[in-house]
Design a binder for this molecule. Structure first.
Ligand SMILES: Cc1cc2nc3c(=O)[nH]c(=O)nc-3n(C[C@H](O)[C@H](O)[C@H](O)COP(=O)(O)O)c2cc1C
Length: 183
């Protein structure tokens, strides 16, 4: 069974982006993937704050990601970028950890004015880790109801989400046949 890691970068207790990520995880499980959810909230504070790249928790996260055939990374927009705590986690992971790995980036934000945060902040850092980025998804808070099992209440963005997930699945399933760029 192919392994997918879903990584949540929200520090929020009742997180919209995490709820969307959980929903994507459930769709992937329906497609017979084995899904591991990881949240920045699961990582001991001192590992992140003191940059303990060799701590047991960080090693465990690193090996889950290294063993995955695909990774979904989500974050809220904070001050026009992805969350600082997600960066703290990415900073202590091994260099090139996403090499040859299809990555589906996702951000949620309160306003359309930071739509490009995914292009200018999240995708570049994932590319630095050598992930193979898909186009990605940006969802507005108004398109999400975190109390619903399927939290994506806007039909248009739900359609785009499923389309992106389908491309992601296709890439994960066919990655042995594809030569992914390594740069
Ligand atoms: C500290 C903070 C900063 C934020 N900055 C922005 C921002 O710059 N642009 C924006 O569109 N939304 C901003 N928001 C709104 C969040 O991105 C939005 O509510 C998001 O869906 C929250 O996701 P979460 O519930 O997973 O944490 C901010 C929210 C917080 C708490």
């Amino acid at each position: 069974m192919r392994e997918i890691v879903v990584l949540s970068g929200s520090p929020s207790e009742f997180s919209r982006s995490e709820k969307v990520l959980k929903y994507l995880g459930s769709l992937l499980e329906q497609e017979h993937f084995s899904v591991t959810h990881i949240s920045v909230k699961d990582v001991p504070y001192e590992d992140l704050f003191l940059g303990k790249y060799d701590s047991p928790a960080i090693n465990e996260i690193a090996s889950s990601i290294q063993n995955a055939q695909g990774v979904v990374v989500g974050s809220p927009v904070y001050k026009g970028a992805y969350s600082g705590v997600l960066k703290a986690l990415l900073d202590v992971l091994p260099q090139d950890i996403l090499q040859h790995t299809p990555v589906l980036p996702l951000m949620t934000g309160g306003s359309m004015s930071h739509l490009l945060a995914i292009e200018y902040t999240l995708k570049p850092v994932l590319a630095t880790l050598k992930g193979y980025n898909l186009k990605g998804l940006y969802l507005l808070d108004s398109q999400i109801d975190k109390h619903k099992e399927n939290p994506i209440v806007d039909v248009g963005i739900l359609g785009r989400t499923k389309k992106q997930l389908y491309y992601f699945i296709e890439l994960v399933n066919n990655q042995d046949a594809i030569v992914l760029p390594s740069y």
